[in-house]
Design a protein around this ligand. Structure first.
Ligand code: IVH
Length: 710
């Protein structure tokens, strides 16, 4: 910055950017820039103003504390202001040392005075609430607002299960006792039983757990995929929480599960009028717990700077594993008397400090958008980022979830984006800064062919995800395909488990399913941890698996949506593999239980030359099964009938009975309903038998079942 004019212009720019960010954050619940970026701009402006105080205009964001009060909710004046905490942005131990030194200096302690007792707590990343209890009953909940005046959010807050509507230990005041008393009882005049003060304001943080946040966003993504225009995802848990708290409709608020931690008090009946006489902050936390509030189990007493430093490090190590976001820790002088002596500067107490951790959101740029293929064939667009330090690690990739999300956020190559990494959740692009978009950028689209194997990519109706149809052939899906192929209900190849499949694929011994049958004893026995005996056992199991049934083979191919029973229905209906492979979607949809989506999936699978090739090769290496005549289920004796099996049958196992019934065209279900045709009951039949009797469903034994089978 060279000239005077440059400095003036820069200060104006910073004021505008910060005011805009504050509006987005507080009023719209939709921040565009990360907190860390806000802090940087804020500090830059503060520095300019410190050097040239005449730049400090009244509208400068540095002259205002906290947010503003919004329309729509009733304003609430805080009898005891809601303070903010001075923030120590130095994330090293110097932050704790500086705070302790400052406290000692301000208390004018000599250097050899004993260490100060503190309480250290996590700094929860949510929003501050004040809860007012009158005679132990929740009377009002308010946001912080500008610290003097907040908003009445009682309705939404009542939906939070963790917030007691009545304090533990508060005795219900019956209507008659209220009537006998002064009709407008002074809150300070009465003594409530069991240590519950007549008036108590609890201060704490409302937040959303990470798992609740992820689940909420997942629900929103599904609703968006289904075309719901009102659905939207949230950029982070704090934002989702802020929106929920300020929801006017409590039903909508309840849809977004919130949690709460108590960490302090506001107005309180004084000891002289029957209120508790606390000496330390630690006592306050214990009392809050006893009244039924959640108090963080991480909070602890700390003696002097060394304990604060240890706490900062300990919580940092646990940060990723916590179920909620924290952006630092808070140190508070434990003695309330010392707190009084220390007092305040502007709105910040001298007895507390927030010691930060590396931010979980940062700005960076998108260098490319790659498409990755998962084990199940799902395609995921991934933003390749200019390396950025966020949430304690350097991030270079961030998921965009799916095409819909990538387009909704409209992430493009060259964009400046907000990246978030919190906990062990994978890094995510939460939003784009539209002002910084480069000219000529293009909207993202999914490729029509799999970037790994070149097979067609499809997106099913009502689904958000694109998938590769190259199942058996696609290298990305190889391991999954092999494991499924070998599984018990497929070709049941004993000994071919996850570890071995990893070895075979990673060592390039097996690339496709037919390769399994081309392995020799020597290459197998050469594998790590493979004894000669197990190598021979595996070869035997493979040999044995070659003689199978059409149903098992169809199931083993791992066609999407083709489970065990669909495979059976297909085998029965078509009799021959070629019949299935050559059927079009309409013909496939003739099979009972095969709807349009399933039919389309089967058809697309066999339309891929790669998949046909694999099937041919499997036949060539010797896989075989008896082929039969087509037997459309509609013509079978038990077509359209549903059976439920319960108890032990005299001669047949459950699986044998199921197989016989299905072969005759019946469906076998696990639960009894009005639609059940028969319940086949054996020894020790339990609840299903009772239910059948309740519903009037015919109950038969094994002999009667055999008779029906003819
Ligand atoms: S105490 C005088 N304790 O941080 C101190 N605040 O910047 C009053 N916060 O508005 C607050 N965790 O929303 C306190 N353990 C904690 C906290 C905490 C998060 C938030 C709170 C407050 C802001 C102050």
């Amino acid at each position: 910055m060279n000239t005077e004019a440059d400095v003036v212009r820069r200060a104006a720019e910073l004021r505008a950017a910060l005011n805009r960010a504050a509006h987005q954050y507080y009023t719209l619940d939709a921040p565009e820039i990360p907190d860390a970026e806000y802090d940087r701009l804020f500090q830059e402006l503060q520095a300019l103003e410190a050097a040239q105080p005449e730049l400090r205009t009244p509208d400068s964001p540095t002259q205002r504390v906290g947010g503003t009060v919004l329309d729509g909710l009733k304003p609430v004046r805080h009898a005891v202001p809601m303070l903010s905490i001075r923030t120590e942005t130095d994330t090293t131990e110097a932050g704790a040392l500086a705070f302790d030194a400052r406290v000692r200096r301000e208390l004018k302690l000599p250097p050899d005075a004993p260490p100060i007792a503190y309480v250290a707590e996590p700094k929860f990343d949510g929003l501050a609430l004040s809860l007012r209890y009158e005679h132990g009953v929740l009377a009002q909940a308010a946001t912080r607002g500008d610290g003097e005046t907040g908003e009445d959010v009682t309705q939404a807050i009542r939906t939070i299960r963790q917030i007691p509507l009545r304090l533990a230990g508060a005795v219900e005041r019956s209507a008659s006792s209220v009537e006998r008393e002064d009709p407008s009882p002074s809150l300070t005049a009465q003594r409530s039983p069991l240590n519950v003060p007549p008036l108590l304001e609890v201060r704490g943080e409302v937040y959303m757990r990470r798992d609740d946040f992820e689940a909420l966003n997942e629900r929103m993504r599904q609703r968006m995929a289904a075309g719901d225009k009102a659905a939207k995802t949230f950029v982070n848990p704090r934002n989702a929480a802020a929106g929920a708290v300020r929801q006017l409709d409590p039903a909508m608020a309840a849809e977004r599960p919130l949690s709460f931690f108590a960490y302090g008090l506001g107005e309180l009946t004084p000891p002289a009028e029957g209120g508790p006489d606390f000496q330390t902050h630690w006592q306050v936390l214990q009392a809050l717990k006893s009244w039924g509030f959640p108090v963080s189990a991480l909070a602890r007493r700390a003696l002097g700077a060394p304990d604060l430093i240890a706490f900062h490090a300990e919580v940092a190590a646990r940060r990723d594993g916590l179920p909620f976001d924290i952006d630092g820790v808070v140190y508070k002088v434990d003695s309330l008397e010392l707190q009084r002596q220390l007092g305040f500067v502007t709105r910040e107490p001298r007895w507390a400090v927030a010691h930060k951790y590396p931010a979980q959101e940062q700005l960076t740029t998108v260098q490319a958008i790659d498409v990755q293929v998962g084990r199940t064939g799902k395609l995921t667009p991934v933003a390749k980022l200019a390396p950025v330090f966020v949430g304690g690690v350097t991030v270079t990739n961030a998921t965009l979830h799916n095409e819909l999300e990538a387009r909704r956020k409209d992430v493009r190559v060259g964009d400046t984006v907000v990246v978030r990494r919190a906990g062990d959740v994978i890094p995510e692009v939460v939003s784009v800064l539209p002002d910084k978009r480069v000219a000529g950028s293009e909207e993202f689209t999914m490729p029509a062919h799999c970037p790994v194997c070149g097979s067609d990519v499809v997106r099913e109706e009502g689904e958000a995800d694109h998938r590769c149809t190259g199942g058996l052939f696609c290298a990305a899906q190889r391991k999954q395909a092999l494991l499924h192929f070998a599984s018990r209900k497929a070709l049941d190849i004993e000994g071919l488990g996850e570890k071995l499949v990893d070895q075979l694929v990673d060592g390039q011994v097996v690339r496709t399913l037919p390769d399994l049958y081309r392995m020799g004893f020597v290459s197998l026995a050469a594998l790590d941890r493979m004894a000669e005996k197990s190598a021979q056992n595996l070869l035997d199991a493979l040999q044995e698996s070659k003689r199978t049934t059409l149903a098992r083979f169809l199931y083993a191919l791992g066609i999407r949506h083709v489970g065990e029973s669909t495979a059976k229905a297909l085998a029965r209906h078509f009799g021959k593999l070629d019949g299935v492979m050559d059927a079009d979607a309409d013909q496939l949809a003739q099979v009972p239980d095969v709807g349009p989506v399933v039919a389309e999936s089967i058809h697309t699978f066999f339309a891929q030359p790669h998949n046909r090739e694999v099937v041919e090769q499997l036949r060539a290496v010797g896989l075989e099964w008896p082929e039969g005549e087509p037997a459309p289920v509609a013509l079978l004796p038990l077509a359209g009938k549903t059976f439920v099996l319960t108890g032990a049958l005299p001669t047949l196992s459950r699986d044998e009975a199921k197989e016989m019934l299905e072969a005759a065209g019946a469906k076998v279900s696990g639960s009894v309903s009005k639609k059940t045709s028969y319940v086949v009951a054996g020894e020790e039949a339990g609840g299903k038998l009772d239910k059948a009797r309740d519903l009037g469903v015919p109950v038969i034994d094994e002999a009667a079942m055999r008779a029906l089978l003819g």
